[in-house]
Design a protein around this ligand. Structure first.
Ligand SMILES: CC(=O)N[C@H]1[C@@H](OP(=O)(O)OP(=O)(O)OC[C@H]2O[C@@H](n3ccc(=O)[nH]c3=O)[C@H](O)[C@@H]2O)O[C@H](CO)[C@@H](O)[C@@H]1O
Ligand SMILES: C=C(OP(=O)(O)O)C(=O)O
Length: 422
């Protein structure tokens, strides 16, 4: 297994290109199952999660070609040869549940392994299932699988009022609704940029959708969808992560392809912390010239502060002046990076959904372990701010969501390398 070695750094300067969004690509890829015509995705990120989704789609009979060094995905689902998403793949990646809606809508049947809990929380899929039931599906939970059947004549449009905001349930229901008979109204829908990107792609495929990016999405079902070519939206979480590198180390870095509207709540918090954030013609420039001020953060669905940037922001607060409180409201167990950061000299106390972080003058390098995707990169960011060497193990978590992390950070002057574990 590989490890990442980081040595504490001075200021960082230069440019970092931001990739297409993992979380958009993972819902755009299953959209291929809605049509027998080709779907081409450009600006795709090169990540292990994308390879996992590729394997899952192929296991269902889809063809997926990775072109131009993985940045273009050519997908085609002429006919599905299987309707079963196997546990062996689903357990690796929860986004696998996103094949359920498209398969059910197109062929009236699907069997998908229940994803089960994961490190950051229980993460049930009840809201996905309730949406399909409202659309007339018959669901049976057996042997760890959801066995789903659409009624004779296919899914029918319905009003689905989500009791809480779920990105995945909104995506799954939205895809299914495109081929349902009649009108579907998704209330309390997620408003994340990845939902807007999915709706745009589906519309390019012939779907009739209104209201994406608001809490109410209305879909008029159509008889069939057709092929399309769609560019994957910028990865706002990768963007926010790299914006934090000069914030922690000092210096000035331009994140190419970045847009403030993808991350306005996060940018406001950086501003409060004393970090300069400027939109440029090519992206976002982040600079820090003075100390870092402690600021409180509460994670919320979009447009609030993203849970997927909480761990990385905590790394910044570890070296801020003063005390900050980070409140995690989306996942019940998303502070596993805190004990690892503490090993590096951070002062953090976790009480339920709150972490109180008191800034220290300097962190010290240490061997640390990545527990999940965003935790892993928070340890790298902390390592950049620490005196001495930090060794991050279990970096397979990192590979799920960050392409070429060593190359990108070295490009702005960071001391970082990837090595094989002894
Ligand atoms: C692949 C992908 O896009 N992943 C993102 C997606 O995950 P994901 O789509 O899994 O997250 P959700 O928005 O669904 O989860 C939000 C909350 O709702 C709960 N819930 C969700 C579904 C359900 O059926 N029942 C239920 O109770 C979850 O446990 C969680 O507490 O949005 C999260 C919240 O922004 C991000 O952290 C993930 O990076
Ligand atoms: C939690 C994340 O991903 P997933 O939903 O795929 O586990 C993430 O991207 O931070």
């Amino acid at each position: 297994m590989d490890q990442i070695i980081v040595r504490g750094n001075g200021p960082l300067t230069g440019e970092i290109p931001i990739a297409g969004a993992k979380n958009a690509c993972l819902t755009l890829m299953p959209a291929t199952l809605l049509t027998d015509q080709p779907l081409t995705l450009t600006n795709a990120p090169r990540l292990s999660d994308i390879r996992t989704m590729t394997a899952l789609l192929q296991s269902l009979g889809a063809e997926v070609a990775s072109l131009q060094d993985g940045q273009v995905l050519a997908l085609s689902s002429h006919a599905l040869t299987s309707h079963r998403a196997d546990y062996d793949i689903v357990r690796k990646m929860r986004a696998s549940i996103l094949v359920l809606g498209p398969m059910l809508a197109r062929d009236g049947r699907a069997e998908v392994s229940l994803p089960g809990g994961c490190a950051i929380g229980a993460r049930p899929v009840d809201l996905h299932l309730k949406a399909f039931e409202a659309m007339g599906a018959d669901l049976d939970l057996r042997d760890g699988y959801v066995h789903a059947r659409a009624p004779h004549g296919g899914l029918r449009g319905a009003v689905v009022d989500f009791p809480l905001v779920s990105v995945g349930a909104t995506e799954n229901a939205l895809m299914a609704a495109t081929l349902a008979r009649g009108t579907t109204v998704l209330k309390n829908a997620a408003r994340e940029p990845e939902i807007v990107d999915l709706a745009r792609c589906l519309r390019a495929m012939g779907a009739q959708i209104e209201g994406e990016g608001t809490g109410t999405i209305t879909v008029q079902g159509v008889y069939a969808l057709h092929g399309a070519t769609h560019p994957v939206v910028t990865d706002r979480i990768e963007l926010g992560t790299y914006m934090l590198a000069p914030a922690i180390c000092g210096g000035e870095v331009e994140c190419l392809g970045g847009r403030i509207d993808l991350l306005s709540a996060f940018c406001e918090k950086l501003d409060e912390a004393g970090i300069s954030v400027t939109e440029t013609a090519r992206g976002i420039t982040v600079a820090r010239r003075n100390g870092i001020r402690a600021v409180d953060v509460t994670t919320e669905p979009f447009p609030g502060f993203p849970t997927d940037l909480q761990a990385q922001f905590m790394a910044l607060m570890c070296v801020a002046e003063g005390t900050s409180v980070l409140e995690e409201t989306i996942f019940e167990n998303r502070f596993m990076h805190a004990p690892e950061l503490t090993r590096m000299g951070a002062r953090i106390e976790v009480h339920g959904g709150h972490a109180t972080v008191t800034g220290v003058d300097a962190l010290r390098g240490a061997p640390v372990m990545a527990t999940d995707l965003r935790a892993s990169v928070s340890l790298i960011l902390a390592g950049l701010a620490a005196e001495g060497q930090t060794t991050v193990s279990r970096v397979y978590h990192l590979d799920r969501g960050y392409e070429h992390v060593v190359r990108k950070l070295r490009g702005v002057g960071a001391h970082i390398e990837r090595v094989k574990e002894d």
